[in-house]
Design a protein around this ligand. Structure first.
Ligand code: PMP
Length: 393
């Protein structure tokens, strides 16, 4: 055996396989509900106008592409903080951040640093974004799953409170800040209050993954959970992605934030975070983060960005309302989708029904039943509802 013959084939990314199948389908009225990007009512994923203008300024004004440090563009990192953390965004100097390659890099850094600090096991609601478990597997951090959503499409608050209550001293918990992927099921403000209190009284370390701020109910509304948790506990990590709410997916724009008990601990925390980042990716890609910084430092561009984000969110709410109005399609109750948030929801369909939707109706979705609601438009939504009724009826 040669060295490379020791490798065994890994399963392909199911969503990428789905993209290929969708591309090869000649049907004009096919519907792609697979890949997790926002789409307009015309089915496009355009570059935000605010990003285009910011990029133009970078082209005109950027005078060097010399290296930054592992912390990336700190102007970007700091400009985001009021949006995530609200008033007193550093909580008296106790919160600090650094740039990461996307939200993925931020999650990776958060769990690796937690592990370095002594965390041995991570509680997490399932189902979750599949890469969460993959990252934990890669760094060999044990996963302790609890149930995220109930059958009627609400958050399983009892399960998360039980997980917190039963946690060990060397455990941490990962929570989605808003627009849960894949279920769309978020905790209500009151549930966040209970979770924050439980975390505080148990002394459990939270990592909040916020990848869709502004795509649920609004920038401020979507920050309630992360702020409540941060205010309740002495220490926490936040993994943040700008890839959806600025539409810069491939530019890999994210940030990692830590809250420490005392401001003077942050230097040690970030010397460790920097060491992990240097070993993994040295420094984050600059371009997208720089464009976001240009937007957030300019009132006109900020307004343009906020308007574009409002349009996205309102379109997804309209699609969700239309689905909820349809009531029950075959055996699928669409009503819960109306109160769920963000790009995704999971339909109670079998893998066999998913296959039938694909083959008989040209509707492409993940085998888990996850749909990207932004793949639906006023033109194809009735066909979609009828197809669900057909294969589950
Ligand atoms: N966390 C969650 C919950 C996500 O859904 C995603 C992306 N789909 C990420 C993190 C990572 O996002 P990014 O593309 O910025 O790496």
């Amino acid at each position: 055996r040669t060295m490379l013959e020791n490798l065994t084939s890994q399963p392909p990314d199911a969503l990428l396989a789905l993209i290929k199948m969708h591309a090869a389908d000649p049907r004009q009225d096919k519907i792609d509900l697979g890949v997790g990007v926002y789409r307009t009512g015309q089915g496009d994923t355009p570059v935000f106008a605010a990003i285009k203008q910011a990029e133009q300024r970078l082209v005109d004004q950027q005078d060097s592409k010399s290296y930054l440090g592992p912390e990336g563009d700190m102007g970007f990192v700091e400009a985001l903080m009021p949006y995530i953390f609200g008033d007193d965004p550093t909580r008296g100097g106790r919160i600090q951040g650094m740039q990461t390659p996307g939200g993925t890099g931020a999650v990776r850094l958060a769990v690796a640093l937690a592990q370095k600090a002594g965390v041995e096991r991570l509680h997490m609601g399932t189902p979750s974004w599949p890469n969460h478990a993959q990252i934990l597997g890669d760094i060999a951090l044990e996963l302790a799953p609890f149930n995220h959503a109930t059958e009627d499409g609400r958050a399983d608050i009892d399960a998360v409170l039980a997980a917190i209550d039963g946690a060990h001293e060397t455990d941490a918990i990962l929570l989605h800040g808003c627009c849960h992927n894949p279920t769309g099921v978020d905790y209500t403000d009151e549930e966040w209050d209970r979770i924050a209190e439980a975390l505080a009284s148990k002394g459990l370390f939270p990592i909040v993954d916020t990848a869709y701020q502004g795509l649920g109910h609004g920038l401020e509304e979507d920050a309630h959970g992360v702020r409540r948790v941060l205010d309740a506990v002495p220490e926490a990590f936040v993994a943040y992605s700008c890839d959806k709410n600025f539409g810069v997916y491939r530019d890999r724009v994210g940030a990692f934030y830590a809250k420490a008990k005392n401001a003077d601990e942050l230097e040690t925390v970030f010397s460790n975070a920097n060491a992990l980042a240097r070993a993994a990716w040295s420094m984050p890609p600059d371009h997208g983060g720089a464009a976001v910084r240009v937007i957030l430092r300019d009132a006109d561009l900020t307004k343009l960005w906020l308007d574009e984000l409002d349009t996205m969110r309102e379109r997804m709410r309209t699609v969700r309302e239309r689905l909820a109005e349809a009531g029950v399609a075959g055996s699928v109750d669409l009503v819960p989708l109306g109160r769920q948030n963000g790009l995704f929801s999971v339909l109670p369909v079998t893998p066999e029904q998913v296959k039938q939707l694909r083959e008989d109706h040209g509707i492409y979705m993940a085998g888990s039943g996850r749909i990207n609601v932004a793949g639906l438009t006023m033109t194809n939504i009735d066909k979609f509802i009828a197809a669900i009724a057909d294969v589950t009826g």
